[in-house]
Structure formats: structure tokens, C-alpha cells
Design a protein around this ligand. Structure first.
Ligand code: NAP
Length: 307
């Protein structure tokens, strides 16, 4: 006896879209979430490249709208962690902390979380000047000096947000060219509160009760220097939230889930969509596309099962 035909694990844009499409395909659907609804995007202060919002929208507002749309259709949200998935015959048993659910198919949209630098002082001073979320912590750094590590879209966009509060935001990047989209770069180069420390990596974060200094190394010259700072925001890429499924389906070398173009994983009946998936472009628009495809593929799979 099935509790649900489709279980969606994760509630970012991919999961919410999968929920929308699965429910509109008249499938009995549930969305499971262990943290907060909306995923990493919900912590982004400004979304400027999602079509349909010319006036810009915050990540929280956008994901709230997506959530409302899904809730209005009657899709339940279960705020619990899925610890394990076990295939039994043609159903899947989902182990939650207190109970088990029997489901006909699974769509994994568990997303990704910020990578760590793994340098001295990083863990000890997390929450005391070391942060991975500008929208959450930026306002604590009014008129302070900040360093942002990374040269991708996240680092540069979030650094620009931090200039609303900080007196100075220095981008530390390991090369002499940013990875971020050109438009985002132009805005950063024109921001008088931002400067750039090229070809450099952080070696250690110092401070007793809070961040006070950072040691940097120039990778071209080998020169080591120390900079007085009040906070450090780290945006050096994403790690997939795929550990709970790693024994069941094929992952790439970086632990992202491998799918085909229909979002099918190596295990029949399990689909994956969004940032947790091996792919080259990670955008809200691509996550939304993945979510729709995954739900329709799940529908096809369930039809084939005669469910
Ligand atoms: P990312 O694109 O992977 O960029 C990570 C940055 O950190 C790179 O500049 C990388 O340097 C640097 N880096 C990696 N490991 C490092 C280390 N150990 N020490 C120092 N620097 C290190 O990650 P992201 O910016 O978080 O973006 C993730 C995905 O989300 C991307 O696909 C991005 O396009 C997307 N995204 C899009 C938007 C948007 O469209 N507005 C906003 C945010 C994120 P190298 O450049 O030398 O590799």
C-alpha cells in the first residue's frame, strides 16, 4: 500500500516545480524538506535573471510564490529528513527519523550546500565573523571591513550586497580573472566599495572571540601577507547533498547525481533534478526545467508500472 505515488526530497525551485507538475498530473505527491522551504535560493537577496520579474525579486519572495502555488494545489510538506531510501520490489521505502513512507517513485532535489575552505580558523570562527550567507549575516557588519573569497557568481553578487552595510569589501580570488557572468563583473568593477586581491588564496583566519585578521598568499609570487578584517564570507562553490543516496545511484567524481536528459538516475523509479544533478549550468531557470522534466518522467514511469 503506497503512502504517496511521488516523493520529492528537497524544496528548492527544482523540488517545488516537480511538486507542481506531479500534482497537476494528478499524482499523490509529497515534498520532504529537512531545513527550510526554498533551498539555497531563498537566501539570495536579489534575483535578476529569472524571467518574468523585470523589477527584480528576492530569493525568499520568489520561492514563497512557488511554495504558495504548490500548497494551493494541496501538496503536503513534511519537514523531516530522509535518512535512507530502500527499493523493495517496485516501491521505495523512505526512512524518516520517526516513521517510514512507502512511495512509488522518488525525485531527488536535495540541492547543494556551500563548500568550505578547510583552513585554520574557519570552523572555530564560524558564526563569529566567518559566514557562508550574506543575506543572513551581512547586516551585522555595518561600517566594517570584509573579505569575500571566490570569483564566481555567488561571491561577486553577494559581495555587492555586502557593500550595503560594510565600509569595504575585498574580493580575494585565486586567479586574475573572475568566473562570474560579465554583467555581474561590470557591476562589481564599478562599485566604489569593492576592491580585488588577485592571484591569492587564504591560508588562515585569525581571531580570539571573533575574526580579526586573515593571512593570504599570492600564488604567483609566493608572498604571504596579513590583512585586518572584521568578517569573511566564503563562496568557493557548491557541494551536492547526495550522501543519503550515494549507495543506491550513480554519482560523478564530485558526488553530483548522474541522470539522463529525462532526469532518470541509474536506479529505475528514482529521478533527480536541480543543483544536486551533474550538469553544466546551475540557474533557477534550469532547476525549474529539471523539476518539470523529472515529474513528467516519474508520471511516465508510474504509468509503465501500471500504478
Ligand atoms: P562556482 O561558480 O563554482 O565558483 C566558485 C569560485 O570559488 C570560483 O571562482 C573558484 O575559482 C573559487 N574557488 C573554488 N575553490 C576554491 C578554493 N579552495 N580556494 C579559493 N577559491 C576557490 O560557485 P558559485 O559562485 O557558488 O556558483 C555555483 C553555481 O550557481 C554556478 O553554476 C553559478 O553560475 C550559479 N549561480 C548563479 C547565479 C546567478 O545566475 N545570478 C548566482 C549564484 C550562483 P576558479 O574560478 O579559479 O575556479
Amino acid at each position: 500500500m503506497l503512502d504517496y505515488q511521488v516523493a520529492i526530497i528537497g524544496s528548492g525551485p527544482a523540488g517545488l516545480t516537480a511538486g507542481l507538475y506531479a500534482k497537476r498530473a494528478c499524482l499523490n505527491t509529497v515534498i520532504l524538506e529537512k531545513n527550510f522551504i526554498g533551498g539555497l535560493v531563498a537566501t539570495t537577496y536579489k534575483i535578476a535573471n529569472y524571467p518574468g520579474f523585470p523589477e527584480e525579486i528576492t530569493g525568499a519572495d520568489l520561492t514563497d510564490r512557488m511554495r504558495t502555488q504548490v500548497e494551493n494545489l494541496g501538496v503536503p510538506f513534511v519537514m523531516e529528513e530522509v535518512e535512507k531510501i530502500t527499493p523493495v520490489g517496485n516501491i521505495f521505502k523512505l526512512k524518516l527519523p520517526q516513521k517510514e513512507l512507502n512511495v512509488g517513485s522518488v525525485i531527488i532535489t536535495s540541492g547543494a550546500y556551500p563548500a568550505k575552505l578547510n583552513i585554520q580558523g574557519e570552523n572555530r570562527l564560524q558564526g563569529r565573523g566567518v559566514s557562508y550567507c550574506a543575506t543572513c549575516d551581512g547586516a551585522f557588519f555595518r561600517d566594517k571591513k570584509l573579505v569575500v573569497i571566490g570569483g564566481g557568481d555567488s561571491a561577486i553578487e553577494e559581495a555587492a550586497f555586502l557593500t550595503r552595510f560594510a565600509s569595504k569589501v575585498s574580493i580575494v580570488h585565486r586567479r586574475d580573472e573572475l568566473r562570474a557572468q560579465k554583467f555581474i563583473q561590470e557591476e562589481a568593477f564599478n562599485n566604489p566599495k569593492m576592491d580585488f586581491i588577485w592571484d591569492s588564496i587564504p591560508l588562515e583566519i585569525h581571531g580570539d572571540k571573533k575574526v580579526e585578521k586573515i593571512t593570504l598568499k599570492n600564488v604567483k609570487t609566493g608572498e604571504v601577507s596579513t590583512k585586518d578584517i572584521d568578517g569573511i564570507f566564503i563562496y568557493v562553490g557548491l557541494r551536492p547533498a547526495s550522501a543519503f543516496i550515494s549507495e543506491l545511484i550513480r554519482l560523478d567524481d564530485n558526488k553530483f547525481i548522474i541522470t539522463d536528459e529525462d532526469m532518470r538516475t541509474s536506479c529505475r523509479g528514482i529521478f533527480a533534478a536541480g543543483d544536486v544533478r551533474h550538469k553544466s549550468v546551475r540557474q533557477i531557470s534550469t532547476a525549474v526545467g529539471d523539476g518539470a522534466v523529472a515529474a513528467l518522467s516519474a508520471q511516465k514511469y508510474l504509468n509503465e508500472q501500471g500504478d
